[in-house]
Design a protein around this ligand. Sequence first.
Ligand SMILES: Nc1ncnc2c1ncn2[C@@H]1O[C@H](COP(=O)(O)OP(=O)(O)OP(=O)(O)O)[C@@H](O)[C@H]1O
Ligand SMILES: [Mg+2]
Length: 369
Amino acid sequence: MSVSRLSIQSLRNLESVSLTPSPRTNLIYGQNGSGKTSVLEAVHTLALGRSFRSHKHKPLIQWGREQFTVFAEIQHQGSRIPVGLQRALTGEVNFKVNGRAVGSLAELAAVLPLQVIDAHTFLLLEGSPKVRRQFMDWLVFHVEPSFFPAWKAAQRCLKQRNSLLRRDRIETSELSVWDRELSNLTQQIHECREKTIERFRPVFLRLLEEFIRIPGVSLSYQRGWDKNRSYQEVLADNFERDRHMGYTQSGSHRADLRINVEGQPAGDILSRGQQKLVVCALKIAQGYVYAQETGGRCIYLVDDLPAELDGEHRATLVDWLDKLETQVFITGVDKPSLLADWQDRPDAITRVFHVEQGTVTADVNTEQQ
Ligand SMILES: Nc1ncnc2c1ncn2[C@@H]1O[C@H](COP(=O)(O)OP(=O)(O)OP(=O)(O)O)[C@@H](O)[C@H]1O
Ligand SMILES: [Mg+2]
């Protein structure tokens, strides 16, 4: 899976950009504000319908323009799949995969699996459980096909149950229908997550060990309710409290992934640099498990790598990315330091792009094929 052609129109300062990325390493350099992160945003937006920098699409539309367009050709198992996205100021969205309009983002996410490593990602350990849940669910979504339909149905069920809880008079028979349904779906979601994390944990711990010596690191999955009781029991026991609060307090929507060091949250113990390394190991481990389970490759977008890690750890990360044999887009301000990490890798097909005031040009001199 890789992007073999990318064209971007009217996205931030990228007026009209067209590039032919390498199926492996793409190094993007340029001054501050030149448009490097915007190139990554274009790829991300295409895969997930939104940028990793902003959940809103309006800031992405170039000032004075009505809409932005991103188009790509995805190389997948010997065939090329055209994928296009257009988003207008009016809110109108137009997604196309293979010339066919698609309604759901899930379809696009399946075509273009993506991982981002940027300054924001490094907050994974300190952020709310929601951030880690989303991180975990990325992999679950890709490796457990029954997960997404169950998750979607559970969201609907939960909404219904919560609105019932807020009513003055609650029909217990009506509530018990939703409880049963929610309970079944929650169990399915939990099983998918648990199974996935069991496969993910050893890969993550092994990578981390190669990267940095932090003794006593553990990763545990929390299902979101008391594990000694069935979810249906928990719902029944918590009914009065849920009613008082007006929402369902326990469940798969409260699940978390805990990363501890000697039994304490990693975010409270590790230095900022060590946290970055742990997050890198988490992100790379997902790529490994994804490849193991699906045979596919996910694309990595790495924003401003040299600014985030020291030389030695950057080299290890580059080594991992290289071993993943996947497509990578890496940005950096300084060309020599960006290139230095990828030297002495004769089999890596590296393409270098220079971004200058919203225009992107392939750096022919450094292109190795
Ligand atoms: N909607 C928009 N329309 C036009 N220009 C925009 C819009 N949104 C942001 N910009 C500008 O686009 C430029 C691209 O920013 P981008 O973040 O991609 O730069 P960068 O090369 O990643 O910089 P840095 O090295 O500082 O991270 C910035 O100069 C920004 O001010
Ligand atoms: Mg940037």
